[in-house]
Design a protein around this ligand. Structure first.
Ligand SMILES: Nc1ncnc2c1ncn2[C@@H]1O[C@H](COP(=O)(O)OP(=O)(O)OP(=O)(O)O)[C@@H](O)[C@H]1O
Ligand SMILES: [Mg+2]
Length: 246
């Protein structure tokens, strides 16, 4: 990690959900959730399939406004998407006709970064995620893990103050997944920002989270703090507790 990237990623924002309810048509899928995500923390959202994790993440991104309650990013009410809150999906959302570098540069252009700086910053971020030498590859010529690296570089290059990740490593084999988890933690340490990370995988949650929010059928069941340092015993106990909550 180099510090020459500063201030490419600014410090994180606080995210507050106050009595957030989200309905599709007449069906409420998120019920009156109160949750505060601290600036700079990694909060992991876990819960069974269909319990509302993606819905909540999209609401944090501003892609779907709550039916009730309010979401605040620092002191501002979230009323739509913002480059300050970057979303990372499971299936990479890279533009297939653009090279890795051009995909990263696009995020910078949307942020109003001048052309010359876009080129240097995208190159540095691709280095940072371990893609030195692959800048001119098209997504189809990269592996799934490499495409996720480009997505990570693209999200972080835009200096978001929160990164919202929806099962970003879900489609990767276990070894690549472990590499990406390490990369995420290293990158987050070097460039701290607020991260809300959705996963099915409890081991991933226990590895990444400062806190783990357990969702069940659209309601918040508990928020579990992960102690430092993370011993295997602590993790085992927490794992059992969360499994019971699920
Ligand atoms: N656009 C939509 N229109 C109507 N219902 C929807 C829509 N999107 C999601 N839902 C419903 O909302 C509920 C929560 O879905 P959501 O995708 O948030 O769950 P999830 O926890 O992310 O699940 P998974 O772990 O499978 O990704 C589900 O019952 C789903 O059918
Ligand atoms: Mg989902």
């Amino acid at each position: 990690m180099t510090s020459t990237l500063a201030p490419a990623v600014s410090t994180g924002m606080r995210l507050d959900l106050e009595s957030v309810r989200i309905s599709y048509g007449g069906t409420t899928v998120v019920h009156d959730i109160d949750l505060a995500v601290a600036a700079g923390e990694i909060l992991v959202l876990v819960g069974k399939s269909g319990c509302g994790k993606s819905t909540l993440l999209r609401a944090l991104a501003g892609l779907r406004l709550p039916t009730g309650g309010v979401i605040r990013a620092d002191d501002d009410t979230v009323t739509g998407p913002s480059a300050d809150r970057a979303l990372v999906f499971q299936d990479d959302a890279l533009l297939p006709w653009r090279t890795a570098r051009a995909n990263v540069e696009l995020a910078l252009r949307l942020r109003g970064v001048p052309r010359a700086e876009r080129a240097t910053r995208s190159g540095r971020w691709l280095d940072e995620v371990g893609l030195t030498g692959y800048a001119d590859y098209l997504p189809r010529d990269l592996s799934g893990g490499m495409r996720q690296r480009v997505q990570l570089a693209r999200s972080l290059a835009g200096s978001p103050r929160a990164v919202l990740m929806d099962e970003p490593f879900g489609a990767l084999d276990s070894q690549t997944r472990t590499e990406m988890q390490r990369l995420l933690v290293d990158t987050w340490r070097a460039h701290p920002t607020t991260i809300v990370f959705v996963t099915h995988d409890l081991d991933e949650a226990l590895l990444l989270g400062d806190r783990i929010a357990v969702l069940g059928a659209g309601s918040l069941r508990a928020v579990v703090e992960v102690p430092e340092p993370r011993t295997a015993v602590d993790r085992g106990e927490l794992r059992d507790r969360i499994l019971e909550l699920l």
